[in-house]
Design a binder for this molecule. Structure first.
Ligand SMILES: Cc1ncc(COP(=O)(O)O)c(C=O)c1O
Length: 281
């Protein structure tokens, strides 16, 4: 596997992570994961914008190679031969003797690599089971930072209970899920948490919000409770890997009739159409 290290592409064996890289010691860094469909980067501009925003919020200077990042990612994709997959990009604050405050002279470190990935069609078509769990994360999860322990623990709990996603509840409000945004439909209204410091503004969320205009659904961006969630007709999650994925069961209780719902399926079709439009036939 080849790795982009700042502005150089080198083989994985030759990349060294410094023991005092702040990403490694403090989780002091940011990342993005971008989908590659048929050799094309999906929503590149939106991901780049979020990466730059995350850097700004954490006061991480943009690293060497940032201005030619898109070109280098394309080179990386070409060299990997991957047509369908994902690219992971990470920027850490850099290497410095371990002290909590920002180092004065550290250069940020950018790494990126490409991986092959199939569309998870079984989950997309049949839906997934989820659990609910307390949202124990910090109060700036709008920043896509490397600090993911709250997400990791939640996902682990889901997996241990035979589910594939953990829906996070702060107080009694549903925020998002461990690695996805949550939407819930009742009647013709589609509820989702507003974008503020309590959720990550998902790129797939943004796409789905746009696609919703082609349906009879009305988007309601408002906090809603776990109790309300359990009474919804349909629930679905969105993220870069799962796209639009129905949630058919939460905490062992069926949502609707326990099948992917009508509007979720409509949004999935709209998403498929968007992909077909992007990919030249
Ligand atoms: C906590 C969280 N929320 C939402 C998302 C969805 O974001 P995106 O659609 O940009 O993949 C992710 C993606 O990893 C995530 O980790």
């Amino acid at each position: 596997m080849n790795i982009l290290l700042n502005d150089e592409i080198i083989s994985r064996e030759n990349v060294m992570v410094d023991i005092e890289d702040r990403g490694y010691q403090f989780g002091d860094g940011i990342y993005e994961m971008i989908r590659i469909y048929d050799g094309l980067l999906f929503e590149w501009e939106a991901h780049l914008e979020r990466l730059v925003r995350s850097a700004k919020e954490l006061m991480i200077p943009l690293p060497k190679g940032m201005e030619v990042l898109q070109k280098n990612i394309h080179l990386l994709m070409k060299e990997s031969g991957v047509l369908n997959g994902s690219v992971y990009i990470q920027i850490t604050r850099g290497v410095s003797p371990r002290k909590h405050h920002f180092p004065e002279n550290a250069d940020p470190v950018l790494t990126a690599y490409v991986r092959e990935m199939e569309r998870p069609l079984e989950q997309i078509r049949n839906g997934i089971k989820a659990i609910t769990t307390e949202d124990i994360r910090w109060l700036r999860v709008d920043i896509k930072s490397l600090n993911l322990l709250g997400n990791v623990l939640a996902k682990q709990k889901a997996v241990e209970q035979g589910a594939s996603e953990a829906i996070l509840v702060r107080g009694d409000i549903v925020t998002e899920a461990s690695s996805s945004n949550v939407f819930a439909i009742r009647g013709q209204e589609c509820f989702t948490h507003p974008t503020n410091q309590f959720i990550l503004n998902g790129i797939t969320r943004q796409v789905v919000v746009r696609l919703m205009e082609s349906t009879n659904l009305t988007l309601v961006e408002t906090p809603f409770t776990k109790e309300a969630l359990m009474e919804m007709d349909e629930v679905f999650i969105t993220n870069t890997g799962l796209e639009v994925c129905p949630v058919i069961e939460i905490d062992e209780q069926l949502i609707g009739d326990g099948m992917p719902g009508y509007y979720t399926t409509q949004l999935q079709k709209a998403f498929e159409t968007l992909l077909l439009e992007l990919i030249p036939q």
